[in-house]
Design a protein around this ligand. Structure first.
Ligand SMILES: C[S@@+](CC[C@H](N)C(=O)[O-])C[C@H]1O[C@@H](n2cnc3c(N)ncnc32)[C@H](O)[C@@H]1O
Length: 253
C-alpha cells in the first residue's frame, strides 16, 4: 500500500503520502469531544439539513426488510442515527472510523438514543475495510473522503463491500461558484472558522486544516470520474447550498 516518494495534501501543505493519516488522526483526536457542537456552530445547523438529504436519497426501507448500511468515516454516528430513525426494524448500521476518540463519543451517543442494538461502531481504515465482499446494501461517507490519503483505494473498497444493486453515497464539501457568495464563504472559512475552533476546542490549527482541505478536494466532475473509475455505474451528483456541499451517488450494478 506504500507508494514511496509520493506526496499529497494535508490542507495547503504538501506532505509525504504516508504521513497524512497520522496528521488527520491528530486533528480528530483533538476535536472529538467538541466535534458535534462545532458542526452546529460552523454550519449554523445546516449540516443537519445536508445529512437529512443524504438519508432521504438513501431511502432505507421503512418495512422490516433487512438493510445493512456501512457508514465509513462515520465518526460520532450522525449519519447512522439519522438513517436508523428513518428506517424500519430490519435496518442495521455499522459505523467504521479510523479514530477511536470519535467512535467513543459515537458509542455514548448511541446508548443515549437507545440505538446501540442497531448501530455498531468499528475501528477501521476506509482504504482497507475488514468486511467481506458484497456484505452491505448501502455505503455512506459524509465529510470523510477528503481526509483519506488514498481516495482511489477507499472507493475501490466501497465497491467491493457493496452487494450488486447496492448504493454508494458521499456527502462532501465542494466548490462555491456563486458570485458574491464565494467571497463571503472564503472570508467566513478562513477567518471565522479557525477562530471558532480556537474558542470552542482550543485548537485553531485543526479547523484551519479542515477549511484548507475543502479547497484541495477535487471538483464534483473530477470526483465523479474517480467514482466511475472504481467501477460504479449511474454516477451523478447534486450540489447543495450554492455549492458548499455536493452529494455524490453511484450504484454497484
Ligand atoms: C469530518 S469527520 C465526519 C464524521 C461524520 N461522518 C459526520 O458527518 O459528522 C471525518 C471523519 O473521518 C475519519 N477518517 C479520516 N481518515 C479515515 C480513514 N482513512 N478511514 C476511516 N475514517 C477516517 C476521521 O477520524 C473523522 O471521524
Amino acid at each position: 500500500m506504500d507508494r514511496p516518494g509520493e506526496t499529497t495534501h494535508f490542507g495547503f501543505q504538501d506532505v509525504p503520502l504516508g504521513d497524512k493519516q497520522t496528521l488527520v488522526n491528530e486533528v480528530f483526536r483533538s476535536v472529538a469531544s467538541r466535534y458535534d457542537l462545532m458542526n452546529d456552530l460552523m454550519s449554523g445547523g445546516l449540516h443537519r439539513v445536508w445529512k437529512d438529504i443524504m438519508i432521504n436519497t438513501l431511502n432505507p426501507p421503512r418495512s422490516d426488510a433487512r438493510f445493512a448500511l456501512l457508514d465509513v468515516a462515520g465518526g460520532t454516528g450522525d449519519i447512522a442515527f439519522r438513517a436508523a430513525k428513518a428506517a424500519g426494524a430490519g435496518f442495521r448500521a455499522t459505523v467504521c472510523d479510523i479514530n477511536l476518540d470519535m467512535l467513543i463519543v459515537g458509542r455514548e451517543r448511541a446508548v443515549k438514543r437507545h440505538l446501540d442494538d442497531r448501530v455498531a461502531f468499528v475501528e477501521g481504515n476506509a482504504e482497507a475495510l475488514a468486511f467481506p465482499d458484497r456484505a452491505f446494501d448501502g455505503y455512506t461517507i459524509a465529510f470523510g473522503i477528503r481526509n483519506v490519503p488514498r481516495i482511489d483505494l477507499a472507493l475501490g473498497e466501497a465497491f467491493r463491500v457493496l452487494r450488486p444493486g447496492g448504493r454508494f453515497l458521499c456527502l462532501e464539501f465542494s466548490t462555491v461558484d456563486v458570485p458574491g457568495l464565494d467571497r463571503l464563504y472564503d472570508l467566513f472559512s478562513f477567518n471565522v472558522i479557525p477562530e471558532l475552533g480556537r474558542v470552542v476546542t482550543g485548537d485553531a490549527e485543526s479547523y484551519r486544516y479542515l477549511v484548507e482541505s475543502i479547497r484541495k478536494f477535487p471538483r464534483p466532475n473530477a470526483f465523479a470520474e474517480m467514482i466511475r473509475a472504481a467501477g460504479f455505474s449511474r454516477v451523478n451528483w447534486r450540489v447543495l447550498s450554492g455549492g458548499i456541499v455536493a452529494l455524490h451517488s453511484g450504484w454497484r450494478l
